[in-house]
Design a protein around this ligand. Structure first.
Ligand SMILES: C[S@@+](CC[C@H](N)C(=O)[O-])C[C@H]1O[C@@H](n2cnc3c(N)ncnc32)[C@H](O)[C@@H]1O
Length: 259
């Protein structure tokens, strides 16, 4: 059963971490003239409104992107801020880009984007948000990760961003990423995961670090969104990280540590 809806969490501190790293990675990749493939297994609805009832109810965006912009963490020419500006110019000042729209704002006509989203309502909203030029699959992201790799062009990035509603996701990810990396050895594979007070992610992260000792494994901590809320941080595990991404991760570590 799919009950997770990212609208309650869009623009929270975990999104700031994930989207800043994603935008930086795509920025580094687009510095070369060569085309690239962008793939997403769990895309969400693509476009969010930070004044929507869901976002207001949790207050996560207020404690997230709104606070971070107030603190001036990112220069206006940072790729994450450029993506935000592009989306606000088109959809209004309260608009917030999900990862598909971050990618669309930064990628070029020569690049290819393929997105997967299984939830019927999220899928319909995603199609509307990205328009007809982008391929959107209403399909299981784990199956599609294998079906879509290796992509053409081979150079590129896959974001895997499950909702981790089921414990099985933690068990499945190391195996899935191992299979994808075998099929697509040059691909940049980025997995987002929550850092939980319960430590439920720790076995998965240990397995990934063991299998990919050269990967970028980056975690930040932040205060929970509500008292007793289980998420106390955000993690990104990146196989074949592009040049420059480790530096961006270090800058983010310093920012989050000072929160
Ligand atoms: C964390 S949200 C994605 C957020 C998005 N990547 C972003 O950063 O803007 C996870 C999404 O995965 C979808 N989902 C859950 N299980 C899925 C599956 N097996 N295949 C594809 N999508 C799935 C959910 O409906 C939800 O929209």
């Amino acid at each position: 059963m799919l009950s997770y809806q990212h609208a309650y969490h869009a623009g929270n501190l975990a999104d700031v971490h994930k989207h800043a790293l994603l935008a930086s990675a795509l920025d580094y990749l687009t510095r070369k003239d060569k085309p690239l493939s962008y793939l997403e297994t769990h895309a969400g609805r693509g476009l969010y409104a930070l004044d929507a009832a869901e976002a207001v109810k949790t207050g996560e965006a207020a404690a997230g992107i709104a606070r971070i912009e107030g603190l001036g963490w990112f220069a206006p020419d940072h790729p994450y801020m450029r993506a935000l500006a592009t989306v606000r110019a088109k959809h209004g000042p309260q608009a917030y880009p999900g990862s598909p729209l971050v990618a669309m704002a930064l990628l070029r006509d020569i690049d290819t984007i393929q997105l997967c989203e299984l939830h019927p309502q999220e899928f319909t909203a995603l199609r509307q948000a990205v328009g007809r030029k982008i391929t959107v699959h209403k399909a299981d992201g784990r199956e599609m990760a294998l079906a879509l790799t290796p992509p053409t062009p081979r150079r590129g990035l896959m974001l895997i961003d499950p909702s981790f509603e089921e414990k099985a996701d933690y068990v499945a990810m190391p195996k899935l990423i191992g299979q994808v990396a075998k099929k697509w050895n040059v691909g940049i594979i980025a997995l987002w995961y929550p850092v939980l007070a319960s430590g439920a992610q720790e076995g998965m992260v240990a397995a990934l670090r063991g299998a990919f000792p050269e990967a970028l494994s980056h975690e930040v901590r932040f205060p929970p969104a509500r008292e007793g809320h289980g998420m106390i941080g955000s993690g990104m595990f990146v196989v074949n990280p592009p040049f420059g991404l480790a530096g961006e991760a270090e800058r983010l570590s310093a920012r989050f540590a000072a929160l």
